[in-house]
Write a protein that binds this ligand. Structure first.
Ligand code: ASP
Length: 404
């Protein structure tokens, strides 16, 4: 009896909270009620998200340093890093192809809405690939940590972990400190994780209340298109990866990941969801050394959902401006969207900013982003959910490969 109760535990409560939030939100879609949820319910969701964000830098920093140290030698770091990068790049490129494919089918079937391209509320920002690469490397020890710049934090952690391994006995002492602090950080994380149901309820309620009827509006088809892409990727790529690479039942995999997936869906931040992603993966049997290295990296650079979104929205924006994409342009989209998704920070709405880079690469007007900006949150919920699920499949697949 007691066991059953603890099994329902957190995952069950998170699920119930999401449904309850959606239900209450659906009852609050009137203007005044929606404003009420924004004013009085959303702030509690914001507190939850802030607490998650508060944990991100220490979790990433200490888990990667600890992960690298616990691997024991540099060769092993290289082997796991290599496998992880190959997996991340391949699945992301595949995701863009899925996004393009579904969107082209929608377009050819005449399912995309015809929109006025006049509401240009979004302010276009320029970004290019070289900037993304240069920005990976920190010029200061503290500012990446203070500004929660995740790519730079990862570089710092990799330097530290590797140098500790290379410094022998003296380094070992520093390693012990990192290991002990990591244990404490994980403990704080567990406390924060336990308020997830409250956070999920508040965030879900507000999203449904504010976006409710609008979902059915003009952009509904574009959103539906993205979600079909997400679903195909989840079932085909993640299902197969769980089955063939991680050697586990896909159902068990998705069930085990549900708490993290729901949290990603409602917080729209892979970085904020990281603590739960680690927790779920470890419970599913991932090697702790692998997950503490692969997951923080994935939360920062592996964004399959964002890649699908970029594929779908590129075709959609091209359609709205009456542009027919050539094969060469589509290949360019696959390449830039893969890189852009790597450069996308694991925070809410970051993918939409990086979309500018993809549109520019094929000469589409960056102002097109204004068309989808109003409902980006709805795209973001699904894409973040995929982003963290992709990281988890990699952690489990690499754990399995390492065991061999
Ligand atoms: N919100 C996404 C994430 O955190 C990034 C994005 O906007 O695409 O994974």
């Amino acid at each position: 009896m007691e066991k059953k109760q603890s099994k329902f535990g957190l995952a069950g409560w998170i699920f119930v909270a999401m449904l309850a939030g959606a239900l209450v939100g659906a009852m609050c879609t009137g203007e005044a009620a929606a404003a009420f949820t924004t004013k009085y319910i959303k702030p509690f969701g914001t507190i939850y998200v802030n607490l998650l964000k508060f944990m991100v830098v220490p979790v990433v920093l200490f888990s990667i340093v600890d992960g690298v140290i616990s691997l024991g030698d540099i060769k092993k770091v290289g082997a796991i890093g290599g496998k992880t990068m190959v997996y991340y790049m391949l699945t992301t490129a595949l995701a863009v192809v899925v996004g393009l494919g579904v969107a082209l089918s929608f377009k050819n079937a005449g399912l995309f809405p015809v929109l006025e391209t006049t509401d240009l509320a979004y302010e276009a920002k320029n970004s290019n690939i070289m900037d993304v690469i240069v920005n990976i490397f920190p010029s200061n020890w503290l500012s990446p940590l203070v500004n929660a710049d995740m790519l730079q934090t990862i570089v710092i952690a990799l330097f530290f972990g590797t140098a500790i391994l290379m410094t022998g006995d003296k380094g070992g002492k520093v390693g012990e400190i990192f290991n002990a602090v990591y244990a404490v950080v994980m403990q704080i994380m567990m406390i924060v994780i336990h308020i997830t149901p409250i956070g999920v309820f508040c965030l879900m309620c507000n999203v449904v209340a504010v976006n409710g009827p609008k979902v059915l509006g003009a952009l509904g088809m574009a959103i539906l298109c993205a979600y079909i892409g997400y679903l195909i990727h989840v079932i085909v790529v993640y299902g197969l990866s769980a089955k063939l690479l991680a050697k586990m039942s896909p159902i068990a995999f998705f069930k085990g990941m549900a708490p993290a997936m729901i949290t990603a869906f409602t917080t729209t931040s892979s970085a904020a969801t990281l603590p739960l992603t680690i927790e779920c993966c470890n419970k599913l049997g991932a090697d702790k050394q692998v997950s503490s290295f692969v997951l923080p990296l994935g939360a920062t650079i592996n964004m399959d959902g964002t890649a699908i979104y970029m594929g779908v929205t590129s075709v959609f924006i091209a359609f709205c401006y009456g542009v027919d994409l050539s094969i060469a342009q589509m290949v360019t989209i696959v390449l830039t969207a893969t890189l852009a998704s790597i450069g996308t920070a694991g925070v809410s709405g970051a993918g939409m900013i990086m979309l500018a880079m993809v549109l520019q690469s094929v000469g589409l007007p960056v102002e097109g982003i204004a068309l989808i900006a109003g409902v980006d949150k709805l795209f973001d919920m699904g894409r973040t959910c995929l982003n963290i699920t992709g990281d988890a499949t990699c952690a489990l697949a690499v754990s399995r490969a390492q065991k061999k």
